[in-house]
Write a protein that binds this ligand. Sequence first.
Ligand code: SF4
Length: 258
Amino acid sequence: MPRSGTSPDNTPQDATALALQDWCNRLTHCARCTRLRTYCQQIGQTKRRAYLDWEYWARPVPSFGDPQARMVAVGLAPGAHGSNRTGRPFTGDGSGDFLYPVLHAAGLASQPKATSREDGLRLHELWITAVVRCAPPDNKPSLEELHNCASHLDEEMALLPNARVAVCLGKIAFDGYVAHLLRTGRITSKRELAFAHGAEYALPEGRHLLASYHPSLQNTNTGRLTSAMLLKVFQRARARAGAASPPVGSDALSASSN
Ligand code: SF4
């Protein structure tokens, strides 16, 4: 049987899925950050030699996952030749090659591979977002760009009715999500909230905040972050969310919103 909110062919149907779909569509037209929009387009024109036959996405990258998710994974920003090429978070680069096998092992992704928006991947109980939606040069958004993109996260989180557990991937994502919690009145102080791999905080209203190192090649190639370390974080997130195991079969996995 398909999950509530999806049709038999996993097309989003309910109000939540449609609202998120609409939000994602609007996001792709955002042009607040001139530097980032220019950079994304330039990368899409020059391309990397291995991807010369790709038409790069080259615009803001929408979020991805299960509209009914109880967990949210918060990343930093699209990679220039990963998400900025494929149009889906963590898809088509080394970070995704590390992350999705872990999500699959944790029962949150239908398959360990993420290569394109048409690869059939579905998430279960997980929504993947980011604090910046356009690829920044050297993976370093400016403070102004982080600020520009912040309201997108606020709008998006308001559309996810069940999200209670956040897994922040890296310190910038952690700080951005904590700032979101402050802006929206979920917390009144960030004094106790410090980033560290494996850190976990219980928040008001039954919410939980977990932190991991970002699955960048810089961290994974050096062994600073291993698959076992990241899997442990997502397994704890699942436990905090009280997520049920996905029923057997792809029909059990919900539709992407994009
Ligand atoms: S980074 Fe965010 S705010 Fe800036 S242009 Fe992209 S989507 Fe808009």
